[in-house]
Design a protein around this ligand. Structure first.
Ligand code: C5P
Length: 202
């Protein structure tokens, strides 16, 4: 089977992760959350390591670190993600994953624009900043983190700003991406929209 790649991009907390896992399970494709690569580099930077050498020496075990999901690591990830040498160091691994014979779902910020510009399917999953902040707040509360809406909204907006305005691989929809706005969709409806978009191009 020739590689079949589904590229899923969008801002933080729009629902990319949930949708990507569901699409991968539905079509029996491998899944890579590329944000974990940047989070792993960000986590190493917080420990004092140079981010460029961290990106060159990442190992699979780095992606298993349970601390990658914290707000501090998310901010650190978006800071190392502006460094072109960091992005370049992570490119080959991502492209190799995309070419897996069984096909792959990859989610991130630049999959449809830079990593896999010829992906068979490109989705851009978005939602208003307020909706995304509220979802992130609920998720953090469930995991026992004590924070408030304004703090989470400021974090989401700071990350959006860095991701959309960087010079190298900024967050934006590919010209041929299918847009899915999850602001008014529940999880099941968002997953159904994504599956329908993939089905239409298979
Ligand atoms: O998706 P996630 O929130 O885990 O991503 C963390 C950060 O990593 C993002 O805010 C972004 O700066 C960076 N990232 C990126 N390109 C990707 C995936 C993530 O720049 N393909």
């Amino acid at each position: 089977m020739s590689p079949f790649t589904v590229a899923i991009d969008g801002p933080a907390a729009a629902g990319k992760g949930t949708i990507s896992k569901a699409v991968a399970a539905h079509f029996d494709l491998a899944h890579l959350d590329t944000g974990l690569l940047y989070r792993a580099v960000g986590a190493r930077m917080l420990q004092g390591q140079d981010p460029i050498s961290a990106a060159h020496t990442l190992v699979a075990g780095d992606l298993e670190n349970p601390d990658l999901r914290t707000a501090d690591v998310a901010q650190a990830a978006s800071k190392v993600a502006v460094i072109p040498e960091v992005r370049a160091a992570l490119l080959d691994f991502q492209r190799a994953f995309a070419r897996r014979s069984g096909g792959a779902v990859m989610d991130g910020r630049d999959i449809g624009t830079v990593i896999c510009p010829r992906a068979e399917v490109k989705l851009f999953v978005t939602a208003s900043a307020e909706v995304r902040a509220q979802r992130r707040l609920t998720e953090l509360a469930e995991r026992g983190f004590d924070t408030d809406f304004d703090t989470v909204l400021a974090d989401v907006q700071a990350r959006d700003d860095r991701d959309m305005n960087r010079a190298d691989a900024p967050l934006r929809p590919a010209d041929d991406a299918v847009m899915i706005d999850t602001s008014k969709l529940d999880v099941d409806a968002a997953i159904a929209a994504a599956i329908a978009a993939v089905e239409a191009r298979r």
